[in-house]
Design a protein around this ligand. Structure first.
Ligand SMILES: [Ca+2]
Length: 486
């Protein structure tokens, strides 16, 4: 029942009650004709007032709707801050300087878990080393789980390349498999990404066998930037892969809108089966399997450079942050077959001479302009226990400003209701990660090795440890060029 029907029904019921009551009263008390006429006049007056009540009700409802649509977004800072998650942790094999005395910052880009209940944390660095350690704040030393740095291309002139993705097989506990997405040195083509499967040693579940690599997918890229690189398993058991648009400014080849390429997509593949020509199979219900000329791996498209996507472990919704180019950074909920607009649109705004109508494209549920930040770092939906006020919020940040926020999305009303900043040190944020308990961390480039940060309630000590509130945007001065990652 709509608002109009509700108001009418309420008003009419009231009027019928009044008139009926007067007739009953007149009959019961055997009133004279004159008195009944007076009653009728009085009834008419009541009817008019009931009509006014209907109009009043409608006006009230309209006012409420107006309030709902113009309700401001809550942007008050959260009483939460970041603190070192494993303050005593040392990274096996890592030194803060190279042998030649040059700075050698730690660059962790993935934090995840094996889903096996063993309470281990895995952290992958961009240069190609995966560390593992116990999920205990007192942990003192990592162990090298896998070192493929000799295979990973991660140069100073290609800062977006390297080891970019890591995901454990849903049945890792029994089969020992995990998957890695990286830029390889072993290719005649300079910029080549591979998706590979590895497994742990049968004799040691805490150590991966470097010789177990099985390459599943190889993508040769025209440019070194926009590699995407996030890989994660969905609740359906399929592997989702973000590819990036192939690089260059403005997606010069129109890859993201071209269903015939793997660029600018989120792929969905079945790594438990193999088709005749591929290291994986295509799920039958992928959206473009029947379309001639389309790559059947495609799950969603029109994406520029998704830097981190993650499934909400409660709702199974896939959230993806897409890095913008000139003006806007955006957050999307990914649906089957969705076209997210790039390079016809940037955020909710036209880009280049796009020909598709906006209604054919899915706008982000949230965007921010380059006045606020320049390069979004996606996190995920918080479902941990330590911070109830974050429950259901999507955590994300910005590489250039270091700003971190919790975005609260009302699924029923399909609107963002809050975007609340979290106090930070404005450090060079690289990524986010979730442990097996559903707690989220953020990862930063670090000269000291202090690179994993946890969210914690703001206590008294925070006032002494940290300066201005994280709501204030401060630039980073660790030598990061504004566009070094885009
Ligand atoms: Ca978009």
């Amino acid at each position: 029942m709509g608002p109009l029907e509700m108001a009418k029904k309420a008003g009419c019921c009231r009027w019928m009650c009044y008139v009926t009551s007067f007739h009953v009263i007149a009959k019961c008390f055997n009133l004279t004709e004159r008195r009944v006429h007076v009653s009728v006049v009085f009834g008419i007056l009541l009817m008019c007032s009931t009509g006014l009540a209907i109009l009043w009700g409608l006006a009230d409802l309209a006012h409420n709707d107006q309030l709902a649509s113009s309700q401001p977004i809550d942007e008050t800072p959260l009483a939460i801050l970041l603190s070192p998650a494993f303050p005593n942790l040392r990274w096996t094999g890592w030194e803060s300087e190279t042998a030649r005395g040059l700075p050698n910052p730690l660059k962790p880009v993935v934090l995840t878990h094996a889903g096996d209940g063993a309470k281990r944390v895995f952290v992958a660095t961009q240069e190609g080393i995966i560390h593992v350690f116990s999920n205990d704040p007192e942990t003192r030393m990592t162990r090298v789980f896998l070192d493929i740095s000799s295979r990973v291309r991660c140069g100073a002139n290609a800062v977006e390349e390297g080891l970019l993705g890591l995901a454990f097989h849903p049945h890792h506990k029994t089969n020992g498999y995990f998957f890695v997405f990286y830029t390889t040195k072993h290719s005649a083509h300079k910029h080549t990404n591979v998706l590979s499967k590895f497994r742990v040693f049968e004799s040691d579940a805490f150590c991966a066998d470097p010789s177990s690599e099985e390459e599943l997918l190889r993508i040769e890229r025209p440019f070194p930037n926009h590699n995407g690189g996030t890989i994660c398993f969905g609740p359906d058991g399929y592997l989702y892969v973000a590819t990036g648009d192939g690089g260059g400014d403005g997606d010069p080849y129109g890859n993201a809108q071209d269903l015939g390429t793997l660029f600018g997509k989120i792929l969905r593949i079945d790594i438990n089966r193999k088709s005749s020509a591929k290291g994986y199979a295509i799920p039958d219900d992928n959206p473009f399997v029947q379309r001639i000329g389309a790559r059947p791996e495609t799950w969603a498209y029109g994406l520029r450079n998704v830097w981190r996507m993650a499934f909400d472990r409660h709702t199974n919704t896939l959230w993806a942050a897409d890095v913008g180019q000139d003006r806007y950074e955006e957050i999307n909920i990914i649906v089957r077959g969705g076209n997210y607009g790039w390079n016809l649109r940037e955020g909710c705004h036209p880009f280049s001479n796009g020909s598709l109508e906006p209604e054919e494209l899915i706008d982000p549920l949230w965007e921010y302009s380059h006045d606020v930040g320049r390069c979004i770092i996606g996190g995920g939906v918080y479902r941990g226990k330590r911070l109830p006020e974050l429950s259901g919020a999507y955590l994300y940040g910005d590489y250039v400003t270091g700003r971190i926020c919790a975005l609260y999305y009302d699924k029923e009303r399909q609107r963002v209701v809050a975007n609340r900043p979290i106090k930070t040190l404005a450090f060079p944020l690289l990524s986010f990660g979730e442990d097996d308990q559903g707690e989220w961390y953020c990862l930063t480039k670090s000269a000291t090795g202090k690179a994993i940060w946890q969210f914690e309630p703001m206590g008294e000590k925070s006032a002494h440890c940290y300066g201005a509130c994280g709501a204030a945007v401060k630039p980073i001065n660790e030598g990061f060029a504004t566009r070094s990652v885009d």
